[in-house]
Ligand binder design. Structure first.
Ligand SMILES: [Zn+2]
Length: 239
């Protein structure tokens, strides 16, 4: 019975280590996804800036076409001056010429403003592209590191599972079932040591007679409070 108890403690140690490895292994893919998201959002900022630049460029090109039309219109109006016969016609034409000149001036101002805006967007875009390229490099390196860590972790988990299988082969079927049942209901561990006369699983003090029985280790005794299998101490030479 003592041997079985020691095997259970051995199994318990393996399960604790396995649980830690699995928990760690679940965190890594989450971290990798976060890094990928960060890279993607940085890139989408650059794409937004590129789209802004393109919009500004198109608006400016439209203004340039407008300016060409307005300039042609002005030349046309001015060429008509010589053909004017009445004062009324002259006044009307002069008014139209003045109006077209004002339009040209407004278009030129707007085009200039867009050109300045475009230069600013280009500067921001270049800076953002540089920053994203640098950060993406860092992120890729970190992801590669985490991915290889995940590989190592998965290897360690496989080794631990093998170890568990080897140890559990030496444990009686019914004992193993009992252990697994308690472990899955408790979620943390199934075998509780006695420390200062209390169960280390639930900290409830045990009757002295029960401590004596547990110490004998000739049968499995479960804690009446938490149901864990009690053991006196793990070391063989102390038993
Ligand atoms: Zn207990």
């Amino acid at each position: 019975m003592l041997e079985q108890l020691e095997l259970l403690l051995n199994l318990q140690q393996i399960d604790l280590e396995l649980g830690e490895l699995i928990a760690e292994g679940e965190l890594l893919p989450v971290r990798i996804r976060e890094l990928e998201d960060e890279k993607e959002s940085a890139k989408s900022e650059v794409r937004a800036s590129e789209a802004r630049l393109e919009d500004t460029r198109k608006s400016r090109q439209k203004l340039e076409r407008d300016l060409e039309d307005q300039t042609a219109r002005l030349a046309d109006l001015e060429s008509k001056r010589l053909m004017i016969k009445t004062n009324e016609e002259y006044a009307a034409l002069t008014h139209e010429i003045d109006f077209t000149k004002q339009e040209i001036s407004k278009t030129e101002d707007a085009a200039l403003e867009l050109m300045e805006g475009e230069a600013g967007i280009k500067r921001d875009l270049a800076a953002a592209q540089e920053a994203v390229a640098a950060r993406a490099g860092e992120i890729d390196a970190k992801i590669a590191e985490l991915t290889s860590e995940l590989g190592r972790l998965n290897d360690a988990i496989a080794i631990k599972r093998d170890e568990r299988l080897r140890v559990s082969k030496h444990i009686d079927g019914s004992t193993l079932l009992r252990y697994d049942r308690i472990l899955s209901s408790k979620g943390d561990f199934a075998v509780a040591r006695i420390a200062d006369g209390a169960c280390e699983g639930c900290y409830v003090r045990l009757p002295p007679q029960m401590v004596i029985e547990v110490r004998k280790a000739d049968r499995f005794i479960e804690c009446e409070s938490c149901g864990r299998i009690l053991c006196w101490r793990p070391e063989r030479d102390d038993g």
